[in-house]
Write a protein that binds this ligand. Structure first.
Ligand code: CP3
Length: 343
């Protein structure tokens, strides 16, 4: 592989320059993806491995980033255990058979990714082949909490009230659901690793709504099981709104913590350990504003990360739809130039 900067940073080896990639780098802000989306639904694209791999590779080429990410959605594996959902534009996932009871959990199947999701795995192989000798490919999964939240809320939710109600009033149902999802995520990630991804990222996007003690009791044991089952590739743990929980995330065994803009990036090394890699953490709104405001904050993050091994430059959450791709290309250039000249 020519470009090993991303994997070097994950392993806290001194990379040639700090690597950059963006969550949701393949999305509607890219004109080529928007044209495709006007004709096809995201799930149809995911089920077409040639197309899905082109989408992932096009984003890498359009931006000049140091890693690709497989083109899928966190909801995709849930079809393999019997969850019925749609991804609605500007809304997100909507589930038509939500989880309300222990019977609903028991009705879910267990995931055999090879059998139920061959298109995802073909998409992984095809993307790896198309990126061959250039940049590493990141595999991913939603984390059990965030997947459970979509399955319980059924649609968009501000405070995840139904999910938290289940945790506090029916911990037995919650545990049964989390155990099923943990097994499914383990199978899904290990299948991706076997098909050639170079790293995996676990998205626990919405777990920041929990108090630290509840995170520790109801979520973290499951996340630990997942990370300890993934071997041979770096493991990245993402969560938005994660400031009060970063120490707990570190304890799950991830190699890299992906944090948002609410945490000063150097605090993560200080609060957890110098032994962790840290990914982040420009506010996506700043990236969508662009210009000098963006440049100043990019340099601020680089300055804060200076002297710590293992920084992967990224946004604190996904790229927003109104972002100019040129602004992301500028970020890549600035990060590469500034961190290369340090060596
Ligand atoms: O380059 C990439 O990162 C693309 C692969 C990817 C998608 N979704 C494709 C997608 C990844 C890594 C995701 C992760 C994902 N999906 C998360 C975790 C990251 C995060 O943002 O917290 C979550 C919570 C979801 C659920 C989801 N899917 C939402 C909230 C939405 C947005 C709805 C909208 O229309 O704004 C989606 C849809 C989705 N997933 C899009 C893409 C490119 C955009 C809409 C589309 O193409 O139909």
């Amino acid at each position: 592989m020519n470009n090993t900067t991303f994997l070097d940073a994950c392993r806290r080896r001194e990379p040639e320059h700090s690597p950059v990639w963006f969550m949701r780098q393949a999305g509607r802000y890219l004109p080529s993806y928007k044209r495709l989306k006007d004709q096809r639904n995201i799930i149809d694209i995911v089920k077409d491995p040639e197309l899905a791999s082109d989408v992932a590779v096009d984003a890498v080429n359009a931006l000049g980033v140091d890693a690709g990410i497989i083109f899928a959605d966190i909801m995709v594996p849930l079809e393999g255990i019997g969850v019925k959902f749609k991804i609605e534009e500007n809304v997100g996932p909507v589930v038509s058979n939500p989880i309300r009871s222990l019977e609903d959990v028991e009705a879910l199947g267990s995931l055999d990714s090879r059998q139920a999701l061959p298109y995802v795995l073909d998409g992984v192989r095809s993307t790896v082949a198309k990126l061959d000798d250039s940049v590493p490919l990141i595999g991913f999964s939603g984390a059990p909490f965030t997947l459970a939240a979509y399955m319980i809320e059924a649609g968009p939710s501000r405070n995840l009230e139904k999910t938290k109600t289940m945790i506090y009033s029916r911990p037995d149902v919650w545990e049964a659901l989390m155990s099923k999802l943990t097994d499914a995520v383990k199978d899904y990630l290990s299948a991706q690793v076997q098909c050639g991804v170079s790293a995996v990222q676990l998205f626990d996007s919405w777990v920041g709504c929990l108090a630290a003690e509840d995170y520790e009791r109801f979520v973290s044991p499951h996340t630990k099981k997942i990370f300890s089952s993934v071997s041979g590739v770096p493991r990245i743990h993402f969560c938005a709104d994660s400031a009060p929980l970063v120490e707990k995330f570190h304890e799950t065994g991830a190699d890299a913590l992906s944090v948002d803009w609410r945490v000063p990036i150097a605090d993560v090394w200080r609060r957890c350990s110098e032994e962790t890699a840290v990914q982040g953490n420009l506010d996506p709104v700043v990236a969508s504003v662009g210009g000098l405001a963006m440049q100043t904050r990019v340099e601020g993050i680089l300055e804060a990360a200076r002297g710590h091994a293992g920084h992967i430059f990224s946004l604190g959450h996904g790229v927003l739809q109104n972002t100019n791709p040129e602004s992301l290309r500028q970020i890549v250039q600035v990060v590469h130039a500034r961190t290369r000249s340090r060596n």
